[in-house]
Design a protein around this ligand. Structure first.
Ligand SMILES: NC(=O)c1ccc[n+]([C@@H]2O[C@H](COP(=O)([O-])OP(=O)(O)OC[C@H]3O[C@@H](n4cnc5c(N)ncnc54)[C@H](OP(=O)(O)O)[C@@H]3O)[C@@H](O)[C@H]2O)c1
Length: 330
């Protein structure tokens, strides 16, 4: 059986992805084979496909960290052909082992989660790592005492996949959400998700002093770099910033004063957990839970597998909103 996959190669110091014909013998070993139905496109997947940064560290490799589909072969006691399953992040999937951008994937059974009875496979991958990471960040804000009565919560990179879910969840919980975005054309979209206010990327602080006007009780930051410094300097007393992204930069310089004079907290989030290890937060994201996103179908849209490489170029250039979900086959 032959099928299509995207593989990233390293040749003469350059990284190049190609759509190639594969057989199961070309894939990394594992005890379960899944026919792919949907795969997500995260920022790091776009970096992997376009060869930016070091997401992939083994060559050649199939990128993509999230997929859903149907089991077609299994040597694992928990799974049988016909089971509807999803593999999302965790370990080396799509980074150091062949990942999601393939019409068939093969993985260890321990990485696989089930698509719950009555749930939609599209919704599972649509939410995926983006919504789960935002849910972990929202849960951290709550655990650190940032309740809706404390003040405004700002979300950076507002139109991105993860941020869209963060806005949706925070608004659903009753927070006054301020979305920061570089896209003036997407204000209606952000309002629909629940943003009460929208600001440009330069609106995170009022100036350049070590301590600025106290604007935010909480913040979810997906961009890092200089905007994270601005956020820290404009937090209220006991404000909390949850940071999990690097779209604006991997490093930043800031002032010590927000920490030692305003007791501001900077909380890091790493949500790269496979579905079987996600626990309570993932359960709260299911229909009926307090963290279930209300706008999955506004945030997520489908693109055909054959358009994935072009879509990744556009995402890296900052030109997409929400979250693309790849569809396979006919
Ligand atoms: N730690 C973890 O476990 C974890 C899990 C998931 C994701 N992440 C990270 O979270 C970040 C977001 O991921 P995603 O998949 O949601 O990405 P995404 O859909 O590409 O969203 C990123 C958003 O950031 C904004 N942005 C892009 N380039 C920027 C720049 N140069 N300066 C300022 N803002 C910029 C854009 O929003 P606007 O145009 O609206 O401003 C963009 O839509 C990534 O860095 C990703 O690696 C981390």
């Amino acid at each position: 059986m032959k099928f299509k996959a995207i593989r990233l190669y390293q040749e003469d110091g350059r990284r190049i992805s190609r759509m190639v014909e594969q057989t199961l013998a070309d894939l990394d070993p594992g005890d379960v084979v899944i026919r792919s139905e949907y795969a997500a496109v995260n920022y790091k997947d776009a970096r992997a496909v376009t060869g930016v940064g070091n997401v992939i560290s083994r060559f050649p490799c199939v990128p993509g960290v999230e997929v859903s589909g149907t089991v077609v072969e299994s040597k694992h006691s928990a799974f049988r052909p016909g089971d509807r399953v999803t593999v999302q992040g965790g370990r080396d999937f799509g980074m150091r082992r062949d990942g999601a951008y393939s019409e068939y994937v093969r993985v260890p059974g321990a990485w696989i989660g089930r698509v719950p009875e009555g749930s939609d496979a599209f919704d599972m991958v649509g939410m995926g790592l983006a919504a789960y990471t935002s849910a972990v960040a929202v849960d951290e804000l709550m655990r650190h005492g940032v309740t809706p009565d404390k003040g405004k919560v700002v979300v950076t990179g507002g139109t991105g996949g993860s941020s869209s879910f963060a806005i949706d969840m925070l608004a659903g919980l009753g927070y006054h959400v301020v979305a920061s975005t570089g896209k003036v054309s997407e204000h209606e979209y952000l309002k629909k998700l629940g943003a009460a206010e929208i600001i440009g990327r330069d609106g995170l602080t009022t100036g350049d002093k070590p301590l600025e006007e106290q604007l935010w009780a909480g913040a979810i930051d997906v961009v890092g770099g200089a905007p994270l410094d601005k956020l820290l300097r404009s937090m209220q007393k006991r404000g909390v910033v949850c940071a999990f992204g690097n779209a604006a930069g991997e490093t930043f310089t800031t002032s010590i004063y927000p920490f030692i004079l305003r007791s501001v907290s900077l909380v890091g989030v790493n949500a790269n957990h496979p579905v079987p290890e996600r626990g309570e937060v993932w359960q709260r994201m299911m229909p009926g839970g307090d963290l279930h996103p209300r706008h999955i179908r506004d945030i997520c849209y489908t693109i055909p597998f054959l358009q994935l490489q072009a879509h990744c170029d556009k995402l890296i250039a900052g030109g997409v909103r929400g979250r693309a979900v790849v569809t396979f086959g006919g």
